[in-house]
Design a protein around this ligand. Structure first.
Ligand code: G6P
Length: 367
């Protein structure tokens, strides 16, 4: 069937607002909100036997892998090697027989990711993939597939597929943690409760996003924009910068807040807005002091945090985006939405082609 934009001007906005529904849909296949448990399909290995895992992807899907790394390490005590597929496929990485390699892809067709998958397969890995398109080359080559239920994604810049990848990975990490005896059922239930709230919290963010449109007006004339965050806020910063450059052609960089002093702070003055991703989590105070450092150099800060964070620091920013107060574990899923929206509104102000940015393709099937 033909897919329309509904009441929206762009597919991207339609796909952004679909997120509460499609995240819920994705969760429904393995998540029981009543019993607060996760039931994954049978996997061809035992989580307890794995000394580490490898996750490979490209683009926005790679940032999902980066976030998953923090999750697996935290709740499953499992080290995770993440890499972009174009590097992984050529660097002859030694892989121990019987390991697990996972591949994340909206399309299931990205050439580098597919080649990386084949490399891992030839090197004796169990192959798992997280794919949005039902029938795909990667799906056919995998031992097991988690299908995200984002539905067709038309906008070139990935939005809903990303957050669906994230909830899937969060559930896999929790299950791994339970199987490995790292978290007990009480902790599982606590994390599941946080996950089950994600669709409703995402809907709240979407209802109150007029503010983000106004903030876009404060930054759309900039030539350079920096995004910073720590922990899972760091990949969110990377994703925010990627979205912005793809859609608006403004030069943007995502940086780990702790790396500011190792370079990017040299760029800061009153012409470089800084987007600070800082949910109330164990990193908050550290990120807050980085925020103060850039403000001391006259940066105009847009501050993404929750009520507690904004109460503490919001008055110093030129603008704040207040997000729901949630368990830090699920924060990156929700903080993905405002960075999508900010990039969207900046692009609309600049008049660029939101759904089909120049030089980019939805799926990169040639190297
Ligand atoms: C292209 C798209 C991105 C996407 C990336 C990976 O660059 O424009 O939105 O994140 O490919 O695609 P995949 O289908 O493998 O997730």
């Amino acid at each position: 069937a033909m897919i329309g934009k509904g009441n929206h001007r762009h597919f991207m906005m339609k796909e952004i607002v679909e997120q509460p529904a499609v995240i819920g849909e994705t969760l429904s296949s393995f998540f029981n909100p009543r019993s607060r448990t996760i039931t994954l399909p049978d996997l061809p290995f035992d989580w307890k036997d794995l000394p580490k895992i490898t996750i490979v992807a490209c683009g926005t899907s790679f940032y999902a892998a980066m976030i998953a790394k923090y999750w697996f390490e935290k709740v499953a005590d499992l080290s995770v090697e993440v890499d972009i597929a174009s590097e992984f496929r050529y660097r002859n990485m030694p892989l121990r027989e019987g390991g697990l390699a996972m591949f994340i892809s909206q399309s299931g067709e990205t050439a580098d990711t597919l080649a990386a998958l084949k490399y891992a397969k030839e090197n004796g890995q169990h192959i798992g993939s997280i794919i949005n398109v039902e029938e795909s080359s990667m799906g056919r080559e995998s031992d097991f597939v988690f299908h995200t239920q984002a539905g067709p994604e038309i906008g070139v810049a990935s939005t809903k597929a990303f957050t669906c990848q994230l909830v899937t990975l969060a559930c896999i990490a929790i299950d791994a943690g339970v199987q490995r005896g790292v978290i007990d059922h009480e902790e599982e239930a606590r994390l599941c409760a946080a996950i089950s709230e994600v669709p409703a919290r995402a809907a709240e963010i979407l209802e109150s996003h007029v503010n983000i449109k106004n903030l876009a007006e404060k930054i759309f004339e900039a030539n350079d924009i920096l995004y910073i965050g720590r922990g899972t806020g760091y990949p969110v910063a990377l994703e925010g910068a990627l979205k912005l450059k793809e859609l608006s052609y403004i030069h943007a960089e995502g940086y780990a807040a702790g790396e500011l002093k190792h370079g990017p702070i040299a760029l800061i003055d009153d012409t470089v807005p800084v987007i600070v991703v800082a949910p109330s989590d164990p990193y908050f105070e550290k990120t807050a002091s980085n925020m103060q450092e850039v403000m001391a150099r006259k940066a105009r800060v847009i501050f993404l945090s929750d009520a507690a964070g904004i109460e503490q620091l919001g008055e110093h920013a030129v603008g704040s985006i207040e997000l729901p107060s949630v368990d830090p574990f699920v924060a990156p899923i929700l903080y993905a939405l405002p960075v999508q929206l900010l990039a969207y509104y900046v692009a609309v102000l600049k008049g660029t082609d939101v759904d089909q940015p120049r030089n980019l393709a939805k799926s990169v099937t040639v190297e």
